[in-house]
Write a protein that binds this ligand. Structure first.
Ligand code: TYD
Length: 139
């Protein structure tokens, strides 16, 4: 089950098509921007600045997270190392593919966190207990 932050997470630069009318970002399954088939899209907004969300890991799910508006912090933890990635632009996405604990916090009032996911919602794919995560991550 063990994977490292470097193997399992990376920031992806989206192509921005901008002109005098504004900007357009297109995300397509199977491309460099979204390296999996998207089965589910969800978004989080209206989260207070002092709230932490997430606090779980996934066994199989692949995700790309992007702030289409505003900003938030994504804490990533592989069981040995932690790092925090600040998402504050719709021009970049955070790809997570692996058994990584994640927490989302420091939401700006205008934050809309868009998540593209490789699987339908399945509670059985979640580990929500941090001690269990550490045990399984060390295997
Ligand atoms: P939750 O896992 O608590 O969100 P977060 O990871 O941001 O803290 O999800 C909140 C509720 O929404 C919970 O009842 C599960 C449900 N949910 C779905 O029904 N489908 C989904 O795709 C997601 C992500 C959550």
């Amino acid at each position: 089950m063990s994977t490292t932050l470097n193997q399992a997470t990376r920031l992806i630069d989206f192509t921005v098509r901008g002109d005098e009318r504004g900007s357009l970002v297109a995300l397509e399954s199977g491309s460099d921007t979204i390296p999996f088939d998207v089965k589910r899209v969800y978004y989080i907004y209206g989260t207070q600045a002092d709230v932490t969300r997430g606090k779980h890991a996934h066994y199989a799910l692949k995700q790309v997270l992007t702030c289409v508006s505003g900003s938030c912090d994504i804490l990533l933890d592989d069981g040995k190392e932690r790092k925090t990635v600040r998402l504050n632009t719709p021009k970049k996405g955070l790809f997570i593919d692996g058994f990584i604990w994640r927490e989302m916090s420091n939401f700006s009032p205008d934050c809309v966190l868009l998540v593209l996911a490789s699987e339908h919602y399945d509670e059985a794919d979640y580990v929500r207990d941090y001690q269990r995560f550490l045990t399984e991550a060390s295997r």
